[in-house]
Design a protein around this ligand. Structure first.
Ligand code: ZN
Length: 422
């Protein structure tokens, strides 16, 4: 049931609700799962008197969740599970998020809110392109569409030609996708002479992979739409934890369901608002698998806890800069692939794909290559400019190598931006 008043609560009221829900969550873990409770240091729920006391609790990591495969941290009986989603287990055991009936309701609620924040209503036609399978994206967008009563096209991943055909013929107004998929759609549209301006598409809701402001601008111009950046992960119950609103001044995270902390990834110290660090999430309303102080790996900062221009009072964090484990160190310089992308996409000739290849030469020194797809060659001055910006803003000295658009291998699933052979 959609309740807009929950999104405009006073901060004081919101924090009171968070505290009581946090106490309830810890009580439930204490009662239902001794292993999990032990991991929390068996802190008494009575010792959590303020939100600041959350800092007394240890962090939960992805490794902890993997070690608990499949359900060892679950806080309900298996008979109460209704369904599950699973994070891609590219390395090690996967993470499973089981859902109770109430968890599905919670998911519907937050996804419905996300659609509303992105100006989507029951009048819209939503094309859902993330897969309907173990990753959480497809089902999240589906539950949200049901919550707001919108018509949706559950096409799922791939089949790009069919996507374009249905988008046009079924008059989709909203596209939901993994954030690099719109580029694939645009690429195929170009080959097919398909014009997005002849469709009814007006809104894009994208997430799951880091996408820079430059990439966003390119998608918005290419498709003639307004885009919204949605966040959420399997470990916290799936997509829909937050989204940027029409004001586009930070991503709101639904604070009646989640507590947000930003920490120094090295020391674990909680940082002041505005300082950049790793986002840590505590779920307040998840039944089957509540997560306490989960280290998400996403790098961001708190933009504001004040009321937004849209009227919502829930916290806003910056668009993600990357993941803590995406950070590269080359010859002592720390940087994120997103910083390189930002510079590359300033040049219209650059297509969207690029690869950073790190290696060692025979003498053991680190080497870096940057291979960039282009639609047409860059002038000498442009290349010089690109090199200067990479050196000045990112701190790396590299001669970019250019290949034709489409020449970099494109494996299915997430884009491969970094190859580290060191
Ligand atoms: Zn807002």
């Amino acid at each position: 049931m959609y309740k807009p008043e929950l999104e405009t609560m006073d901060r004081e009221e919101l924090e009171k609700l968070q505290l009581s829900r946090l106490q309830e969550t810890i009580s439930r873990i204490a009662e239902k799962n001794p292993r999990y409770y032990k991991k929390l240091g068996e802190v008494s729920p009575r010792d959590i008197r303020s939100l600041k006391d959350l800092e007394k609790l240890p962090f939960l990591t992805k490794a902890d969740l993997r070690d608990a495969y499949p359900y060892q941290l679950a806080c309900v009986d298996r008979s109460e599970f209704l369904r599950m989603q699973m994070s891609s287990g590219t390395t090690g055991a996967p993470v499973i998020c089981p859902y109770t009936k109430a968890d599905i309701e919670q998911w519907k609620d937050i996804m419905g809110r996300c659609y509303m924040a992105a100006t989507v209503t029951g009048e819209d036609v939503i094309q859902i392109t993330p897969s309907f399978g173990l990753p959480n994206g497809g089902f999240g967008f589906h539950y949200g569409a049901e919550a707001i009563g919108a018509f949706y096209i559950p096409i799922g991943a791939g089949r790009t030609l069919l996507q374009l055909k249905l988008m046009k013929e079924l008059e989709a107004t909203v596209l939901t996708a993994i954030s690099t998929y719109p580029l694939r759609l645009m690429e195929v549209a170009k080959e097919e002479g398909f014009d997005f301006r002849e469709t009814k598409l007006r809104v894009g809701i994208f997430g799951s992979e880091m996408w820079s402001d430059e990439l966003r601008k390119r998608i918005e111009e290419g498709m003639g739409i307004e885009t919204f950046d949605i966040i959420g992960m399997t470990e916290t119950g799936g997509v829909g934890m937050g989204i940027d609103c029409e004001a586009h001044n930070g991503i709101h995270i639904w604070e009646d369901h989640y507590i947000v902390e930003i920490i120094d990834p090295d020391t674990g110290e909680v940082l002041e608002d505005g300082q950049e660090g790793e986002m840590v999430i505590t779920t307040l309303t998840r039944e089957a698998l509540p997560t306490i102080r989960y280290r998400t790996g996403d790098i961001t900062s708190v933009v504001s806890r004040e009321k937004c221009d849209c009227g919502r009072t829930h916290i806003r964090v910056d668009r993600f800069k990357g993941r803590a484990d995406d950070m590269l160190i080359y010859k002592g310089v720390n940087f994120y692939p997103s910083q390189v992308e930002k510079i590359l996409l300033k040049f219209d000739e650059v297509a969207h794909d690029y690869q950073i290849i790190l290696d060692r030469d025979e003498g053991g020194s680190e080497t870096i290559r940057l291979v960039v797809e282009v639609t047409s060659p860059l002038s000498e001055q442009q290349v010089a400019r690109m090199k200067r910006e990479l050196a000045d803003f990112v701190g790396i000295t590299v001669d970019p190598e250019f290949v034709k658009a489409g020449e970099l291998p494109r494996p299915p699933g997430k884009a491969v931006r970094v190859i580290d052979n060191r």
